[in-house]
Each structure stands twice: as structure tokens, then as C-alpha cells.
Design a protein around this ligand. Structure first.
Ligand SMILES: Cc1ncc(COP(=O)(O)O)c(C=O)c1O
Length: 377
């Protein structure tokens, strides 16, 4: 059997990792400014993470959601405290798309409506409703195009107001920093205005923090830069440092109903252990603060280069950074890997996207800038 060939691959197999470095099968070292697509939060192969998962694997790998799992309860408490949402509830699932599906389902159960407002260039996943709210017609199959969604421009509050005032919108779903969309950031006025409009129209506000959350922006959640509270927050990627896991943080106004939501694998013992280990390390190594410090440095240094090295704009918060070029990213990104041994992400056609582990050091940030200059000089 062959693999279903949907990924354009670099001809490299990554075999092992440590912190912000990975090595290929030939022993070549790479600096990782990509974090396996924003997934590696505490760094590759952190010893505490390995210890906790090994111990749990020796005790119990899995049992079902029909019995108490104290690890889920611990995680809910620890996460509530870490992010400042102790009064919210946690529903655990397995992937970002699944978290968004469940968030939109909860919103619709809550107000009985079926329309969703989403941002132009949004990305929320590839399953049925998650892909329908993703503003990319190429990945929406006819069976997913069910007319639930209106896409609206970034930061154009009047356009959102016009739709919300019709009184039939179930939910607004927003990435406060768009990832796939090219590191486009919502404004404070927009987010605060949207929160108010949602309150006035009984519409649910969902913040998709799958890429921009979990410390990446330099606060636990990116929406916390705007002093607003969403009704539902979705998390994935960094929560398990590579262990597939996701969750929905749910405001107290939602009532849990037996059987309304569910999953076989969600919140299993290994996943919860991974997530607890991640929170331990995030706290003990102050990784949210590190993302803010090292990210601010990287952004400031890169901004100094605007107008040279093909850079036209630098956008981002913390360790979620977009470098917009006046040329396609393809060649420099490939040369960064092949010649400078450095992984980065990308968006659209011209944006290099940085999503490193949150433990990136100042020294590694400087190394990246040198490598970048080498390739783009
Ligand atoms: C903002 C955002 N939402 C949702 C998803 C989907 O997550 P998953 O691939 O785990 O389903 C992604 C993945 O890149 C994402 O960046």
C-alpha cells in the first residue's frame, strides 16, 4: 500500500529532537523555528515530559470516558488556574478541528441558531463545520458547503455589526492572530466591539486559540491582549507538545447535558499526562514570559530589517511571527532548510511564519536572524 499523497514533502526525515533543535537521519542538526507546525510548546523531548509519560505508560495507557479519570480533573484545575479561567469547564477531544466542531455545536445547542460569522482568510480545520468556516474554497468539499457561513473582513466592525443585528447568528469564530491567514492580527477596538455586539444579540463568541494560544503570543491566550472573555475557547497543538489532544474551555452559562457531546479517545490517560507535564514545564521554566521576551526581541530585530533583505512587513505577538517578503517565500524557505539548516513555516505566497518552541533562547533567536540574513542578502 502507498501513502495517500496529500502532503508536498521536503526530502528530509526528522529522527530526533532536543529543545529547539532536531536532527535528520544523517545526523544533520537543524534549528527549529517551526515547532512541527506550532505543536512543540515546551521543546522536543523534555526530560520531565518523557518521565511523566513513561511512568503513566507503565501504569495505564487508556480507559474509557465511562469511568472517573482523575487526570482529567487535575488537568481542568491546573489549566483553569494557569490561564485565568477557573470558572470555565473543560471538554477534552483529540484535534483542533474536533475542538472547533464541538464549540460550534455547543453554540448552536445554546441559542438554537445555525449561522456562523468567520473571518476572511480564516483557518479552523478540515472536518465538516470546521472546514466550512475555513475561508478556503479549495478545501471545502461540496458536502461541506452547507451555507452556514458568512466570511467578513478583518477589523471591519461595521460589517460584523450589520450581520449580527439581523439577530440570527449562532456564533462568531475568530483567531485573534490568524496563522494560516498570514499572521494578521485583530485590533483591540474590533475585539472589544465584537464582544459587546455578541452580548447584545445573544451570539456566542468563540476564540480559536489552537495556534495563537497556549502561551505562544506571550500571554496564555492571544485574546487576553484585548481584555475580553470569549464564551468558548478552543485549544490544541501546544497543549500536548505533540501528543494529539485538544479541548474546549466553556463559560459557566453553558449547561452540560449527558450524552450531548462525547468522544472515545478524548482526555485519555496518556493525553492528560502529556498536558500536565506541559503545564509543569510552562510554569517552572516561565515559558509564557519567555515567549513574550524572546518574541519581542525577534520582532524588534526583524522590524529593523524592513526595507532590506526583501522584507516588506513584520507582524506578530510573542513567538508567532510573520515576515512578509516582496518575493515568494518558496526559495528562501527551502534555502533556509538546505543551506542554513533551519526550519520555518509559511503562509500564503510571500510570508515566512515563525512558530518555534516557546523555550527558544535569545541566542537561538540571534542565530535565526543571521541565517535569515545569509539567505536573503
Ligand atoms: C487556528 C487553527 N485552528 C484549527 C486548526 C486545526 O487543527 P487540527 O489540524 O489539529 O485539526 C489549526 C491547524 O493548523 C489552526 O491553525
Amino acid at each position: 500500500m502507498n501513502l495517500f499523497d496529500v502532503y508536498p514533502l521536503f526530502d528530509i526525515a526528522i529522527e530526533r529532537g532536543k529543545g529547539c533543535k532536531v536532527w535528520d537521519e544523517k545526523g544533520q542538526e537543524y534549528l527549529d523555528l517551526y515547532g512541527g507546525h506550532a505543536v512543540i510548546s515546551i521543546g522536543h523531548c523534555h526530560p520531565h515530559y518523557i518521565d511523566m509519560l513513561t511512568q503513566q505508560l507503565n501504569k495505564l495507557g487508556f480507559y474509557s470516558n465511562s469511568v472517573i479519570n482523575p487526570l482529567q480533573q487535575q488537568l481542568a484545575q491546573r489549566l483553569g488556574k494557569a490561564c485565568g479561567y477557573e470558572d470555565y469547564s473543560l471538554f477534552l477531544v483529540n484535534s483542533g478541528a474536533e475542538a472547533n466542531e464541538n464549540a460550534m455545536k455547543l453554540a448552536s445547542f445554546y441559542n438554537g441558531r445555525t449561522r456562523i460569522l468567520s473571518l476572511e482568510k480564516a483557518f479552523h480545520g478540515r472536518t465538516s463545520l470546521a472546514v466550512e468556516v475555513t475561508a478556503n474554497p479549495k478545501i471545502i468539499a461540496p458536502i461541506n458547503a452547507n451555507g452556514h457561513v458568512t466570511y467578513l473582513p478583518l477589523n471591519d466592525l461595521d460589517a460584523w455589526r450589520q450581520e449580527l443585528e439581523k439577530g440570527d447568528v449562532c456564533a462568531c469564530i475568530i483567531e485573534c492572530i490568524q496563522g494560516v491567514g498570514g499572521i494578521r492580527i485583530v485590533s483591540r477596538e474590533f475585539m472589544q466591539g465584537l464582544r459587546q455586539l455578541c452580548d447584545e444579540t445573544n451570539t456566542i463568541l468563540i476564540c480559536d486559540e489552537i495556534q495563537c494560544g497556549y502561551g505562544r503570543s506571550g500571554k496564555f491566550f492571544a485574546h487576553q491582549w484585548y481584555d475580553i472573555k470569549p464564551d468558548l475557547i478552543t485549544v490544541a497543538k501546544g497543549i500536548g507538545n505533540g501528543f494529539p489532544m485538544s479541548g474546549v474551555l466553556i463559560a459557566p452559562k453553558f449547561q452540560a447535558v449527558y450524552g450531548q457531546l462525547g468522544t472515545t479517545f478524548g482526555g485519555n490517560h496518556l493525553a492528560c499526562t502529556a498536558a500536565l507535564a506541559v503545564l509543569d514545564v510552562m510554569e517552572s521554566e516561565h515559558l509564557v514570559e519567555n515567549a513574550d521576551k524572546v518574541g519581542s526581541y525577534l520582532i524588534a530585530e526583524l522590524k529593523k530589517l524592513v526595507g532590506s533583505y526583501h522584507i516588506v512587513d513584520v507582524r506578530g505577538e510573542g513567538l508567532m511571527i510573520g515576515i512578509e517578503l516582496d518575493i515568494p517565500y518558496k526559495e528562501p524557505r527551502t534555502r533556509l532548510i538546505k543551506e542554513q539548516h533551519c526550519f520555518t513555516g509559511c503562509s500564503g505566497t510571500n510570508v515566512i511564519r515563525l512558530l518555534p518552541p516557546l523555550c527558544l533562547s535569545m541566542d537561538e533567536a540571534q542565530q535565526f536572524i543571521e541565517k535569515f540574513k545569509q539567505v536573503l542578502s
